[in-house]
Design a binder for this molecule. Structure first.
Ligand SMILES: [Zn+2]
Length: 312
């Protein structure tokens, strides 16, 4: 169990959201961001800085679209953290990833503080079966959760898709496991942690699994909000705002109700990297122990075995 944290400014708990940019346009999630600004929640939105030349399975607008780019820059000015979801929505070579990171820096004035792998990108770093170790990787292979061996190669130095050194040099935090638990810190007390077996990532963070509006609203239900506050915990929701949060300009009613309620609690509502920087400052840099990593892997595998959602 994590020792109780003294949150800044006398706050009782922390809450934030990492929004995966899949299927987004300049307009379809704008109502969600306007609403979050209105109620004072600062969160994190991922982007694809370049379009690239490849084919995509799951797409969305990239920062090469002028209207979308202008909107994302405006979001950043409003206090939204802009994060990376690989450099575009399909596989990129090392050179393309390097170019995408520079484009990101040019647009937003810094390299990404946080990032989450996009499953459609084979340069995913320690993704697929590489998320797991030893017997857990064996179980993962047996379950065919991801079928292709070494499908994801961002951390494999011999691969043309390798960019591990760039990730280590430029990005502070990468997301790994998600759990059905409102207090992300209870599920992963070590975060943000370094994993010596995955050295190209500086620090990993976990998240609470709220992939689309149904699972998101289930996870941030009234009792869960109260539990998070009572625990003095921290929640990083991982979601896709293009999946049901707004329809033709109207917010999903239950989402709106729950977020308004949450915003009236005594929470610290800051972007993901601000929360992770704070956690880093409260605990000395440390490597995750084998026991703790084994526990995370086992719990995540069990979660995935009993849910149909495989993307997070
Ligand atoms: Zn994605």
């Amino acid at each position: 169990m994590h020792p109780r944290i003294q949150w800044p400014n006398g706050k009782s708990f922390a809450f934030t959201i990492f929004d995966d940019t899949d299927y987004q346009t300049a307009t379809n999630v704008a109502p969600v961001y306007d609403f979050l600004s209105d109620i004072g929640l600062q969160t994190t939105k991922s982007v694809w800085p370049i379009l690239g030349k490849g084919r995509t399975k799951i797409g969305g607008t990239t920062c090469e679209d002028p209207a979308y780019r202008a909107w994302v820059v405006e979001l950043q000015q409003r206090g939204v953290e802009i994060a990376l979801h690989n450099v575009t929505h399909h596989t990129s070579t090392r050179q393309e990833t390097a170019e995408g990171l520079e484009r990101f820096q040019g647009l937003f004035g810094h390299y990404p503080h946080t990032m989450a792998n996009h499953t459609g990108c084979r340069e995913g770093i320690y993704w697929g079966r590489a998320r797991l170790s030893g017997v857990h990787r064996f179980v993962y292979d047996l379950l065919h959760l991801r079928e292709v061996r070494n499908e994801f190669q961002g951390h494999i130095e011999q691969s043309p898709l390798f960019w591990g050194d760039l990730c280590r040099d430029k990005i502070r935090y990468v997301r790994n496991f998600t759990f059905p638990e409102i207090n992300t810190l209870r599920a992963c007390p070590a975060m943000p942690y370094h994993d010596p077996c995955r050295p190209f990532v500086n620090r990993w963070f976990a998240a609470t699994d709220g992939s689309a509006v149904a699972s998101f609203t289930q996870m941030v239900s009234e009792p869960h909000q109260d539990q998070l506050e009572a625990d003095g915990g921290a929640c990083i929701m991982y979601t896709h705002f293009a999946q049901g949060f707004a329809d033709k300009g109207r917010l999903h009613h239950r989402f709106e109700t729950l977020m308004k309620r949450l915003s009236n609690l005594n929470g610290w509502f800051v972007p993901v990297h601000t929360l992770l920087d704070f956690l880093t400052s409260t605990q000395p840099a440390r490597n995750i122990s084998t026991t703790d990593r084994t526990r995370l892997e086992r719990r995540w595998l069990l979660h995935k075995m009993f849910t149909t959602k495989g993307r997070t």
